[in-house]
Design a protein around this ligand. Sequence first.
Ligand code: COI
Length: 352
Amino acid sequence: MEIRIERTTTPKAKPTGALGFGKIFTDHMFEMDYNPEQGWHDPRITPYHDLVLSPACVVFHYAQEMFEGMKAYKDAEGKVRLFRPMKNIERLNATNERMCIPKIDPMDALQAIKETVLTDADWIPTEPGTSLYIRPFIIATDVGLGVHPSKNYKFCIILAPSGSYYAGGLAPVKIVVEDEYVRAVKGGTGFAKVGGNYAASLIGQQKAEKMGYAQVLWLDGIEHKYIDEVGAMNVFFVIDGKVITPQLEGNILPGVTRDSTIQYLRGKGYEVEERRISIQEVYDAAKDGTLNEMFGTGTAAVISPVGELNWDGNKVIINNNEIGAISQMLYDDITGIQYGKKEDPFGWSMVL
Ligand code: COI
């Protein structure tokens, strides 16, 4: 694929000070369009710009869209690295299939990500804990209000130099269990990376924030009994030395950091169970003192220890609200691989 590059003539000043997450965008972006005659065509890197779209576009009304999240890192030698990009591209196409969006050739998607990142490589921050967050997304651009899959689409990639997702970095977060609203059910779009899942979660997130909690722990949509995931991350529990995470049943996101955590821990000899885990089991473990740790995993959140869980007013403090040993090891080793600082036994880090 030949990508046309139009460089900006008015580069922006690079940020100084705290970056936050997803607040600042680089000088360039990637764009490519789809129509049934030409397929995906006209790949281009252009100066970062607003999109001009008809107010009748399908994406605005019926949410036919998808997105991905990944990161680029600069190592000590100044080389640019991605972490398991083909896993994100595989998930991008799985989401596309669910959303009736035409698939993108995986090698074209990789090339688009690489070239866009390299065009703005001087925007990759190097302070500890920072990276260049990559947000690929696709929107349906047909004009009209009939409910049908669109015939035309736009694929974009934007880049945001970012710090940690939570303001407190690796400090344990407080999570509240949501047992009124649900995020997704089996057969729906829970496993896909679509804005609609996050839109459905906002009411719970708003409730949580009002109560002073960082995020919501979602329970299954049928019995409100089994744990699904947290707002922006998959979730793990360490009970009596055993690591447990909800199994992929179609309603939770198959996270790349989730998969890496499972493989990494199994490689280290830990017993990791992917199975249904009820909120009652977690509370029972907390009561009998066997709930050693709880943490979330995600591209944005990396490894995020949970220090407090609130289920209908019943609060449990986990590991004295301190970072657990497994959470700390995972954070150090996975980020070590991502930044090219540690041995990479799985070959996850890709140097561009
Ligand atoms: C990511 O971890 O990349 C995500 O997409 C979560 C996001 C909704 C902040």
